[in-house]
Design a protein around this ligand. Structure first.
Ligand code: HEC
Length: 401
């Protein structure tokens, strides 16, 4: 049963429960259950908003307390109703719906927040208030709890950003210093806190190393790779990646990290900003069965997209998988006018499956939709591009207004 079917069933199953509830007390004059901050809304904010909406984090305002929340009530309603906040912009009616990092709101959660704002943001009963959530210390490595401290820490060269300046892209190269091949099981990345967090918009870390072919992949896989692979990236809400068991990235002696740190001035000089990579290795003698590669499936056809006023322009591109593979995630990337992007698999037997569709793309959010284990798409190697077109990406329905 798909999740959608399951949800539909849940809705049917839930209806009698609502009726039952009507017989109980606890209703406001309108005959509807009163939605209060303490009972209904605070738990949603804790689970889906506070990780970003707290002091010294990326978001412009805190949502830790009732006082914080009511100041922003109107704006919260607008952003939540339009599914702009929390940043989770995937079409929930089609494609894979099971994710490891789902931070979206359900329809019921959206309805709860909207009704609460419409009712004048009642606080409710103090006794209903859930205990405060303790967030992990942003100066600590988040994966350390599972793996211990990182085996290797690599820092970008320090950079001082003036109080006022254009956006800067800083691209230092740093040696990894490793002396023998090592398989990586997890990578974390973090700007310094609190200062770095305020100015770093995103950071990329490319791994560069001399290598013929890619271990475990067909030799042709390197051709498509073109240049150093992306090792890890930091963007709002993404702290790194723990690879599935039996899967890793390979680092070789002599390897280097090419950084790209995009910074934005905040009206105050920020000295010696650095971004750090925390790398966790598999034990020395362990070789995972699969190798993970972050592949850029370009849909632009290397051309600028010309969008006539008031119209929609679409581009799409096919990519043949050079080796048998499992698709682990979908991370659409477009610029300002981008509206929607989807990824479809065309299997060797001609069957097509729309894997993911982001229909509410917000250009300042780079959300990585990470498929849950049971829903990863598996695809065989595409032997002949004419007959076995595997992963086709359908890029950017862009719209002028
Ligand atoms: C991954 C981090 C993240 C999460 C999770 C998140 N927000 Fe945000 N939010 C931001 C950032 C950053 C901004 C400012 C930039 C923007 O609007 O995209 C923002 C902006 C907003 C704004 C507009 C504020 C303004 O002054 O324009 C509202 C309202 C808001 N968020 C509410 C919420 C609510 C409610 C939730 C949870 C249901 C939530 N956000 C979850 C990061 C987040």
């Amino acid at each position: 049963m798909t999740r959608n079917e399951f949800n539909r069933l849940m809705l049917i199953a839930a209806a009698p429960a609502v009726l039952l509830f009507c017989g109980q007390s606890g209703f406001a004059q309108g005959g509807e259950a009163e939605i209060t901050y303490a009972k209904n809304v605070a738990p949603i904010f804790q689970a889906k908003c506070q990780v970003c909406h707290q002091p010294n984090s990326v978001a412009p305002m805190s949502l830790l307390t009732y006082q914080d929340a009511i100041k922003e009530a109107k704006s919260i309603k607008a952003k939540v109703e339009s599914r702009v906040m929390p940043p989770w912009h995937i079409d929930t009616s089609i494609g894979i719906q099971e994710f490891k990092n789902n931070r979206g709101l359900s329809d019921e959660e959206i309805a709860t927040i909207v009704r609460w704002v419409d009712a004048g943001t009642p606080f409710g009963d103090r006794g209903d208030l859930p205990p405060r959530v303790e967030f992990p210390d942003p100066n600590r490595w988040q994966f350390a709890e599972e793996f211990g401290e990182p085996d290797l820490i690599i820092k970008s060269a320090p950079y001082t950003l003036p109080a006022r300046t254009m956006d800067k892209w800083f691209r230092p190269v740093v040696e990894t210093g490793i002396t023998e091949p090592r398989w990586v099981r997890a990578i974390e990345i973090k700007p310094s806190y609190p200062d770095g967090r305020r100015i770093v918009h995103h950071s990329l870390a490319f791994l560069e190393q001399d290598e013929e072919g890619i271990t475990g992949l067909a030799s042709g896989a390197t051709d498509a790779q073109q240049g150093p692979g992306l090792f890890m990236e930091w963007a709002v809400g993404k702290v790194g990646e723990i690879f599935p068991p039996d899967t890793g990235k390979l680092m070789l002696p002599g390897s280097k990290i090419h950084w790209e740190v995009h910074m934005h001035a905040v009206g105050e000089e920020i000295k010696d900003n650095q971004v750090e990579l925390g790398i966790y290795f598999y034990p020395k003698d362990y070789v995972p069965k699969n190798r993970t590669v972050l592949r850029f499936l370009d849909a632009s056809r290397h051309q600028n997209l010309d969008i006539p006023p008031g119209e929609i322009a679409v581009t799409q591109q096919m990519h043949v998988l050079p080796a048998p593979a499992r698709l682990e995630n979908f991370q659409p990337h477009m610029h300002m006018r981008g509206k929607a992007m989807s990824m479809e698999a065309i299997y060797p037997d001609g069957r097509q499956e729309l894997l993911s569709h982001v229909n509410n793309f917000q250009w300042n959010w780079h959300v990585n939709y990470v498929y849950a284990d049971q829903r990863r798409a598996t695809a065989a190697k595409g032997n002949d591009p004419r007959d076995h077109r595997l992963a086709r990406q359908h890029h950017g329905k862009s719209q002028q207004s």
